[in-house]
Design a protein around this ligand. Sequence first.
Ligand SMILES: [Zn+2]
Ligand SMILES: [Zn+2]
Length: 375
Amino acid sequence: MEHTALTYLCPDCMAYLRFDGKEGKWVCDYCEGKFTMEELEQRGAQTKQDDYEVKPRAEAGENTADVSFQYEENIPQPEDDLSHMRAYICPSCGGEIVTDDVTAATFCVFCGNPTILPSKLEGEYRPAAIVPFETDKEDAKKAFLNLCKGKKLLPKGYTSEQRLEKITGVYVPFWLFDCKADFQYHATGENVSTWTDTRFIYTKTDLYHIHRAGRMEFENIPLDASEKMQDDLMDALEPFHLDRKQPFDMSYLSGFLAEKYTYEPKDLYDRMTTRITPGVENKASEGGRGYQRVYGVKCHTDFSSDKQTYMLLPVWMLISKYQGKDYLFAMNGQTGKIVGELPISSSQTAKWFGIVFIITFLISMIIVCLAGGVF
Ligand SMILES: [Zn+2]
Ligand SMILES: [Zn+2]
């Protein structure tokens, strides 16, 4: 099983199937067949697999074709250390699929066949659930084009069909934390009142010691568990509607990239507490309401998490390199929410600066002429 590669096949024509998020079905691009999971089960849809003896790479760096497209292109892969690379045989064309040891679903570089590597999804690496894609690649392309629309300073050809094709659906591994936060809030509250009589102005200052303790319970705080993903970016893609999750099934991965987690829950614990701390402190500080002034605030929180759920969440991604910097576009594969950064072309900027300068210059000339005309 260790080096098995797997492909889901169309029950009608035996071409490969991919999961179409928009249809919520498995589709065949050859005979245009569409199947629900029940139909696939009823028809006894087959998988094609190839068990493969892993062999040492003959020549370092040779033929390590980047099967995961653009998305992985920027991950440094030292030429001489290929111990994290694994080789599989494509069940469809027999070509060699070389991938790193966290990839769980990918494509064959030679024939495009969606390939699943089941050993990455077993045992402790078997996700509890998956949130399937509900958008398709066309949606992601449109969203990208929309983001680029009207941006005059984009490098030329930035929205080329070639680039659009590189948008890839990725199932990103996440840990979802359940967490309890017990807080202790201490502060001093002050109320000042003043009044006058015929002779004096009186000022009365009341000081209170505020103590508030409480517990907040959180469920399903998502934290991406992939080393390759930018944390802030993944956070920005939230929320995911977790009520539409499905029990994990490998067939959902067909036609997408997928990875197993590289971070364990203990590695993400601090990120998790950092994320919820502002909410806890905000709640705790409600104890300070009703005072004119609150000072000397001390808030201490004890966190505890006894449940973390491993889940795969859908994201469309496009990484573009421009002048040595990465620009990332990502779309929540379920809701269509996007985040992205676009490069600014220096030559385009120069062009526009030139045009603006010329216009300004012309206007100045006209004003000077008009002014000259008056005198
Ligand atoms: Zn078919
Ligand atoms: Zn192939």
